[in-house]
Write a protein of this length. Structure first.
Length: 426
């Protein structure tokens, strides 16, 4: 046990004191925030040049309703054809909008000509404006034909144009009768975030385990270490030490997230004042954070030990990273399948895909974290944890049998049959 503790301490201290670990731990949260908010901010920056758009309205019914803005200038031209002004497009003009018929009868009787791709916001504005005008003409025609008075049609128009969108409140009943306001979107978002973090950490630190084993084997350091330490202790020390490194990094990010949340009024005042954001923030208190964090930790530990022990087994069987690809690829494909299963399980957390992938130990750490925030039965979580724990024990024992032989094998690229023989050695 003393040797195991020394190996854990060595693996942990070696990695956590690296400048790269410190820099990336502090930098990655800001990079993630930048990746989320910078594109949104950049999308609000518009071209300072006002784009001229000529409107040719053969009906004379729609052009006047298109209002110029700081970015687009609509100029009405009568009795001209778009083909006659084609040479001006891309130079003096950005585009030509030609309305060739009554849109209330023929919705396709409008075309926009341009040299460049039409901006999304421009097309959204034009479509919305023309649709509203066409709808008004339809109402007026219906009024005249049916003999309905102006006041009645005004009331109908007010109902049609009303912006009061129905929003269903969701309430969860606890077993003790307690009512909690919840949000399916919020629970789904928390589940997907937990899944992505789980996927990223297990894959990254599992790969670090494999690289560390290959490096020690290539440098012949392992030959000296196994003379005084059991191979099993050597492998477990590496798994635990690197796992603690990942857990430390995750803990730092959680603390940074809590601090950022408490300072949200300072850093994101406009976001907090918006109705949607304040509504979601008020629902955060209804989330059972204790259960989510506890089960995240348990499934993270279980998933990490399964995949890290497999990566350690692969690292011990090869002499260089290139030779590891044939063994790593199946493991990686299974892990990618687990991620996609988790994504699709978010849409139907009680479906057969979600349930069975929650029980299979190679996919349960990823898929179960999508389902936990949804409030699934406790017996499913405990059953999944029990299967995962049993699988961890079996996987670690199997990987250790191959590890003890592989770390001292050089010059030979083993196949699956050879690995099976190593696992059977006494």
């Amino acid at each position: 046990m003393k040797a195991l503790g020394l190996i854990i301490q060595r693996e942990y201290n070696t990695r956590i004191k690296k400048k790269s670990f410190i820099v990336m731990t502090l930098l990655i949260p800001f990079l993630v925030v930048a990746m989320l908010f910078v594109p949104m901010w950049l999308s609000t920056i518009k071209d300072s040049e006002v784009k001229r758009i000529v409107v040719i309205d053969d009906t004379g019914m729609y052009a006047a309703h298109l209002q110029s803005s700081d970015y687009y200038s609509f100029e009405i031209v009568m009795e001209k054809n778009a083909a006659d002004m084609r040479n001006d497009v891309g130079q003096e003009l950005f585009g030509i909008l030609q309305i060739s018929g009554d849109l209330s009868k023929d919705p396709q009787a409008v075309t926009f000509y341009s040299e460049k791709q039409a901006p999304h916001d421009l097309m959204m504005y034009v479509n919305r404006t023309l649709n509203d005008v066409a709808k008004n003409y339809k109402l007026e025609a219906f009024t005249n034909n049916a003999g309905i008075d102006a006041e009645t049609i005004k009331s109908i128009r007010g109902i049609v144009e009303a912006k009061n969108i129905v929003s269903v409140n969701t309430i969860r009943w606890g077993k003790d009768g307690e009512e909690k306001e919840t949000s399916g979107d919020l629970a789904s978002g928390i589940g997907m975030a937990s899944t992505m973090i789980m996927y990223m950490f297990i894959l990254i630190y599992g790969s670090i385990v494999m690289q560390g084993v290959i490096e020690e084997k290539t440098n012949r350091i392992v030959e000296v270490m196994v003379s005084s330490v059991r191979p099993f202790d050597l492998m477990m020390g590496k798994l635990i030490g690197i796992g603690l490194t990942g857990f430390t990094q995750l803990l730092i990010w959680v603390v940074m997230g809590i601090l950022l949340f408490n300072l949200k009024d300072i850093f994101f005042p406009e976001l907090i004042q918006s109705g949607g954001a304040s509504g979601y923030l008020s629902l955060l208190s209804s989330v059972e954070w204790g259960n989510i964090l506890l089960f995240f930790l348990l499934f993270f530990v279980g998933g990490y030990f399964i995949y890290a022990s497999l990566f350690a087994m692969v690292g011990s069987a090869v002499d260089n990273p290139q030779d590891s690809q044939q063994f790593v690829m199946p493991i990686t494909l299974i892990f990618i399948f687990a991620l996609y299963a988790g994504i699709y399980s978010g849409q139907n957390p009680d479906g057969p895909l979600a349930f069975w992938c929650s029980m299979i130990p190679l996919t349960s750490p990823i898929v179960m974290m999508v389902r936990v925030p949804m409030g699934i039965p406790m017996w499913e979580i405990l059953l999944s944890l029990g299967i995962l724990l049993a699988s961890v024990i079996l996987t670690v024992k199997f990987a250790a049998k191959i590890y003890r032989v592989g770390i001292l094998m050089y010059g030979k690229k083993p196949g699956l049959k050879e690995l099976y023989k190593w696992a059977k050695y006494k």
